[in-house]
Design a protein around this ligand. Structure first.
Ligand code: SF4
Length: 156
């Protein structure tokens, strides 16, 4: 299968028709719920390889955006993500999950952080980063693990 702007990943095709998070059909769920989710291995890593491969430029902040130095993690815009899956293998620390249903429970607060952040909006940056800070405080055991090994310690 060729990757391109309208490619849909096999993982996305395998998702249930109903969204577990909201109990509504997934195509409606997509309007309100995060698609792909960046989780804690990205904290203070911000490699941005995912930004480079995203065909719709929906991962922020980019290195050339003013918020880049202010954030501890990158965020995926929930409505702009087209579920192509290109960012998942690009991430060197395996931080990206293909949706809320597959994101480990320990990472739940980061689903909301991804859903809140909007590039260029200081308010949403502050709210999203507060969630990330709370996640860091709640999971010292994960933060003690080097980012490259952290995803393997995520539990469902
Ligand atoms: Fe961008 Fe990843 Fe969404 Fe594809 S799956 S559109 S690469 S954020």
């Amino acid at each position: 299968m060729t990757a391109g702007p309208y490619h849909v990943s096999p993982a996305a095709l395998k998702r249930p028709y109903w969204c577990a998070a909201t109990s509504v059909p997934r195509f409606l769920c997509k309007l309100n719920v995060m698609a792909f989710v960046i989780t804690d291995p990205c904290i203070n890593t911000k490699d941005t390889a995912c930004v480079d491969v995203c065909p719709v430029d929906c991962i922020h902040p980019r290195k050339d955006e003013p918020e880049f130095e202010q954030t501890t993690i990158l965020y995926i815009h929930p409505e702009e993500c087209i579920d192509c899956g290109a960012c998942v293998p690009a991430c060197p620390v395996a931080a990206i999950y293909d949706g809320p249903d597959t994101t480990p429970k320990s990472q739940t607060s980061l689903i909301e952080a991804n859903a809140i952040f909007r590039s260029g909006e200081p308010d949403t940056l502050a709210k999203a980063e507060a969630l990330v800070s709370a996640h860091v405080a709640a999971h010292p055991e994960l933060m003690a693990i080097p980012p490259a090994d952290r995803a393997s310690a995520h539990t469902k």
